[in-house]
Design a protein around this ligand. Structure first.
Ligand SMILES: Nc1ncnc2c1ncn2[C@@H]1O[C@H](COP(=O)(O)OP(=O)(O)OP(=O)(O)O)[C@@H](O)[C@H]1O
Length: 304
């Protein structure tokens, strides 16, 4: 893919606070039109990265390109005009109604009524506009925040943890909203420290751990990175486990023997060891791989 297909690309993007490298040498590649899931444990540097993309935090080094153009003092205003964002807690004044909050955004950005009405309809808030925002549920506050970001009809939407504090129904609503936006051609970058909240929504994943990108690619590419556990059903699982645990990280799983990370040749050796010991092999299969487990392996249990 050449550079023009990426709505955001960074080269060597880094941020240091004091002696700490909070973001290190990040080469983000966000394809046009995708939902990009930006994952990482708390404190891994997701917010700092998003703020650098939005020029809210100045990078220590590295370059940000948006829509193929470097983000500089000269281009910043124009490029930011095409980006909507929701960073950290939802915006909006609690003592004002949803409608009043939207009107403020409208005036600030010089938008027309149609743009505001479309943004409100997209997040399905049209029936709640006359309520004070402090009486909104968390999900409604998040949706209002997204409507405020959408009203300018951005080509890129950057959402920092939009599912934080939402119940499962609220999370589902955000998920559907992101799909609809992607259908409409908006590229969405969405961060989360909880894999389960975005893995089904995101078409491309970037995983951050301690400020470094440890994976960037599709879900399938992520799966291909890790070998699923081997499960062996046999006539004497206890004895099989006893034989294998001396050399391998074997465990008993229900009545099967579980062995992690074995390739084909190692699998063949294990089977012949067991057969040689007079143990009957009933079935050898790969376990269902959960994305959570792949993440845990990649981030070494970093809380995803
Ligand atoms: N202005 C700052 N000064 C010093 N350290 C900072 C500053 N902003 C962030 N940090 C530190 O940088 C690290 C990364 O923070 P960041 O908020 O980017 O992570 P995150 O992945 O978004 O995590 P979370 O989900 O908890 O917000 C943290 O250790 C944080 O304490």
């Amino acid at each position: 893919m050449d550079d023009t297909n990426y709505i955001v690309a960074t080269d060597g993007l880094s941020k240091r606070y004091g002696k700490r490298n909070v973001v290190e040498n990040l080469n983000l590649r966000i394809p046009q039109g995708c939902v990009y899931g930006f994952l990482g444990p708390n404190g891994s540097g997701k917010s700092t990265t998003m703020k650098m993309l939005l020029s809210l935090v100045r990078p220590t080094s590295g370059e940000v390109r948006v829509m193929g153009r470097p983000m500089t003092r000269a281009t910043r205003r124009e490029l930011l005009g095409k980006i909507g964002s929701l960073i950290e807690s939802p915006p909006g004044y609690g003592h004002l109604t949803g409608r009043e909050n939207m009107r403020l955004v409208q005036r600030l950005l010089g938008l027309d009524d149609g743009q505001v009405a479309r943004a409100v309809r997209t997040v399905r808030l049209q029936d709640h506009l006359d309520k004070q925002v402090r009486n909104y549920s968390m999900g409604m506050k998040q949706r209002l925040g997204i409507a405020m970001a959408l009203a300018r009809e951005p080509r890129l939407l950057i959402l920092d943890e939009p599912t934080n504090g939402l119940d499962p129904a609220g999370i589902e609503e955000i998920r559907e909203l992101l799909w609809r936006l992607a259908d409409d051609g908006v590229t969405v970058m969405v961060s989360s420290h909880l894999l389960g909240e975005i893995d089904k929504t995101a078409t491309v994943l970037g995983i951050l751990s301690n400020g470094r990108m440890i994976f960037q690619g599709t879900r399938d590419e992520l799966f291909a990175r890790s070998i699923p556990d081997l499960l062996i059903d046999c006539s004497d699982p206890r004895r099989a486990h006893g034989l294998l645990e001396r050399e391998l990280d074997s465990s008993l799983d229900d009545r099967a023997v579980r062995l992690p990370g074995l390739g084909n040749e190692a699998t063949a050796r294990v089977v012949s060891t067991l057969v040689g010991a007079g143990i009957g092999i009933y079935e050898v299969r790969r376990d269902q791989q959960s994305l959570e487990k792949v993440f845990m392996d990649l981030t070494e249990g970093g809380g995803l």
